[in-house]
Design a protein around this ligand. Structure first.
Ligand code: NAP
Length: 480
């Protein structure tokens, strides 16, 4: 079975492809039309998935990390073999330009290869004793059945960022993708099956998020929930996890500041700011949401930036040369336009865009740049998930850092400068999990990724990404 354009799909539970009699339609945001459907689960099916995962746990953890790694490499090989077709599926359900969807598949593949290796480095320690008759060991063991909840904006790679380390650590995983973009996860399950991942080790559940999460939170089989999505839902999970003391990893919202200093290389600053703002149609948790430019180069930067934004081609992501696809839905579009109107009502000037682009019934916003946006504007406080860039000026480094940190979010921040002293001062003082210096796309498999403040708990990727699925145990050996 493969994901095709107009199809009724099945979901993957305990090694079987099943239908449930209930269907969820998947809409293409480029034309607003439903093009596929997937079955949804009820609570009993979530419970059955948890039982199947528990039954699979003993066999999966008993494999060596090398054996699990070899299977993960086969999953990566499958993704690579099907890269074009899966990229097309991502573009159909999410809307992003095809080249970016291909990049997403390639990054998911890289995450799998990274954790296939990293699983072999779940090292413990031998700790010097204080009593000659004793020895102390620290060992790492898999945490148990993991529930992974993923968002729609990078439907494949953000799921794999959870699934790959959990599997590498020896944990079975149940993945709940976003209802808007379930097909990437169906394709991932196909790759898992083709690679020979045993039944029950990887499963997908789709449907009512509150009900599914409620079962994950209360069922003792589920030993960890790893979530990527909004801060609001993250807070609800924290409340729900309190009762069962259920461990959580949370990758939540962002509101990245991007600081452009007058010593920067202007070409680099314009290029990297375009990437940091407009990649994924502005629907990225690490997107630059507030662009602060030093007053001395403000006009020069703005003119270049507006020209570059105007040059971005908007359209259906399947068409050649498109840089900006549709946003995910009508509500997202209305939210972005509300932020534009609010900024304008407070004195901001629209340099380009600012309007809906009527194109074949899709949810398109023209790439938008706003000049002179005041700090009180909605877009300077609420996450913008659209191709809309508010620009404002600052005078000193100290002022820029204070304004950058005046946000409850702290996922990423960007700095454009060639001054080494400034790079270190900004890296130390900016409150964010990732700092991109002259780099608008800093994420990669081998470094930790995550947020501070309202942007989340824990880290994915790097060696930290594996640790999220391991328990640390002390073994005391006495009587020596
Ligand atoms: P969302 O509404 O929070 O949804 C994310 C996931 O949570 C979806 O699978 C959703 O399911 C599920 N969900 C909804 N209600 C739930 C509940 N009560 N309990 C448990 N799960 C629930 O977020 P989104 O709109 O998909 O994604 C955008 C947000 O994610 C932005 O804030 C963005 O910054 C953040 N994000 C963060 C990162 C990061 O790494 N920090 C990365 C990407 C995105 P349904 O789809 O079925 O409703």
């Amino acid at each position: 079975m493969t994901v095709s354009d107009k199809a009724s799909h099945r979901i993957y539970l305990n090694g079987e492809w099943v239908t449930t009699g209930r269907e969820l339609e998947v809409v293409n945001p480029a034309d607003g039309r439903a093009f596929a459907s997937v079955p949804t689960v009820d609570r009993e099916q979530v419970q059955a998935a948890l039982r199947a995962a528990q039954a699979a746990f003993a066999g999966w953890r008993a494999l060596t990390a090398k054996e699990r790694g070899a299977l993960l490499v086969r999953v990566a090989d499958e993704l690579k073999r099907r890269q074009d077709e899966i990229a097309r599926t991502i573009t159909l359900e999410n809307g992003k330009p095809l080249a970016q969807s291909r990049g997403e598949v390639a990054m998911a593949e890289d995450h799998l290869r990274w954790f296939a290796e990293e699983g072999r480095r779940a090292y413990g320690r031998w700790i010097p004793h204080q009593d000659p008759r004793k020895r102390n060991l620290v060992v790492k063991s898999p945490i148990g059945t993991v529930a992974a909840i993923a968002p729609w904006n990078f439907p494949l790679v953000l799921a794999v960022r959870k699934v790959a380390p959990a599997l590498a650590a020896g944990c079975p995983v149940i993945l709940k993708p976003a209802s808007k973009t379930p097909l990437s996860s169906v394709a991932l399950a196909e790759c898992m099956e083709a690679a020979g991942i045993p039944a029950g080790v990887f499963q997908i559940v789709i449907g009512n998020a509150g009900m599914i999460a409620g079962e994950f939170l209360t069922n003792p089989i589920c030993r960890k929930i790893t979530f990527t999505g909004s801060t609001e839902v993250g807070q609800a999970l924290i409340r729900g996890a309190a009762e069962a003391v259920k461990p959580l990893s949370l990758e939540l919202g962002g509101h990245a500041p991007l600081l452009i200093f007058d010593d920067c290389d202007l070409d680099t600053a314009v290029r990297e700011t375009i990437i940091a703002k407009f990649r994924n149609t502005g629907q990225s948790c690490i997107a630059a949401n507030r662009i602060y430019v030093q007053k001395t180069i403000y006009d020069k930067f703005l003119a270049r930036f507006v020209d570059a934004a105007k040059a971005l081609k908007v359209g259906n992501g399947l068409e050649a040369g498109v840089d900006i696809g549709p946003v995910i839905g009508e509500e997202a579009l209305a939210g972005a336009l509300r932020q534009v109107d609010d900024a304008v009502s407070r004195g901001a000037k629209v340099c380009c865009g600012g309007r809906r682009l009527e194109h074949n019934g899709g949810f398109f916003l023209e790439p938008t740049v706003l000049d002179g946006v005041e700090e009180a504007a909605l877009c300077m406080r609420e996450e913008t998930f659209a191709p809309m860039a508010p620009v404002c000026s600052f005078e000193t480094e100290e002022e820029a850092i204070v304004r950058a940190n005046e946000s409850p979010f702290g996922l990423s921040a960007y700095v454009m400068t060639r001054d080494y002293g400034r790079i270190f001062r900004c890296a130390e003082k900016l409150e964010a999990g990732t700092i991109g210096v002259n780099d608008g796309a800093p994420t990669t498999s081998q470094v930790p990724f995550g947020g501070v403040k309202h942007s989340g708990w824990g880290r994915e990727l790097g060696s930290e990404g594996l640790d999220a699925f391991l328990e640390t145990k002390h073994v005391s050996l006495g009587g020596l």
